[in-house]
Design a protein. Structure first.
Length: 294
């Protein structure tokens, strides 16, 4: 009996290990593909950062890669081979060989050791780099999954994303993949108000800030804000109250940095109830502001 129990325990432990290993490999294989981003020198000046691409190939036998670096708005570039390995939840890379380069002999390309981690919450692959052949070349590296189809050894890929990435990073926005999923999976909820009031309750502020972040994350997106009331009071008064509620939300959005032209305001007074106005509970559900992306 003891032997059977011990054997079963080892089998279960082995299965758990295999499952965890499989999940770990699946997570690592997400790194497959082209990543693009910036190298920020240790001065911290993001405006003078270099463009960097990492092409990562993860297989069951290991990981290989190559890199490309560019000076923005010039023809200066270099491509390098990468020696890569995983260590716990990090990926360690060493640039070994300069495959190709152009800096008109005025710029020295350095070889770097790079340590990166993928951050689930932001979608960025980020970490630090330091050179082993240039004493002063070190800093931070931040990348996101690229949608460019060109091989990084092709000369001068599209650089139009560079300024936008700097602006997005300054604004605290997530990587494009995460922003897309946040928009797709976003669940709207009404904001409720007390009787005859247009003040926003503090418990709704985090949700409203999240909506602002989603809208700011997509240049083609606007938010529609629609105010409502219960049936207490005259039609004229309730139309005005519903407008004040919608404008209170609009002002909050603007204070959070959302441009006014990305907000559409509507107000219905008491004309679009979601519950009966014959109960206090129903009236509370009708004193609301609704939202939609447009």
């Amino acid at each position: 009996m003891f032997y059977e129990y011990s054997t079963m325990r080892h089998i279960i432990a082995a299965l758990v290990f295999i499952n965890l290993f499989s999940m770990h490999m699946q997570g690592q294989k997400y790194l497959n593909g082209l990543w693009q981003g910036i190298l920020i020198g240790d001065t911290g000046n993001i405006e003078t950062s270099q463009i960097v691409y990492l092409n990562i190939v993860v297989a069951d036998t290991g990981i290989i890669g190559s890199s490309r670096e560019e000076i923005y708005n010039t023809n200066y570039f270099t491509t390098k081979t990468l020696v890569c390995k995983f260590r716990n939840d990090s990926i360690l890379m060493t640039q070994r060989i300069l495959l190709d380069q152009d800096a008109s002999k005025t710029y020295k390309w350095c070889l770097h050791d790079i340590a990166l981690k993928y951050v689930d919450s932001t979608g960025y692959l980020q970490g630090e780099y330091s050179s082993y052949n240039c004493s002063k070349s070190k800093g931070k590296i931040i990348l996101y999954k690229s949608k460019q189809k060109k091989n990084i050894t092709d000369y001068k890929p599209d650089q139009s994303w560079y300024k936008k990435m700097i602006s997005d990073y300054h604004s605290g926005l997530y990587a494009p993949d995460v922003r897309d999923m946040e928009r797709i999976n976003f669940v709207f909820q009404p904001i409720y108000f007390d009787h005859d009031k247009d003040e926003i309750k503090p418990e709704y502020e985090d949700f409203l800030r999240k909506m602002v972040r989603v809208v700011k994350s997509h240049s083609d997106l606007r938010i529609k804000v629609t105010g409502h009331t219960d049936a207490v009071g005259s039609d004229i008064y309730n139309v005005d109250l519903s407008e004040r509620r919608a404008k209170a939300i609009t002002n909050f959005f603007i204070q959070c940095g959302l441009d006014e032209d990305r907000i559409v305001v509507d107000f219905k007074g008491e004309n679009n109830p979601v519950e009966t106005n014959s109960t206090s509970e129903g009236k509370q559900k009708n004193r609301r502001v609704d939202f939609s992306f447009i």
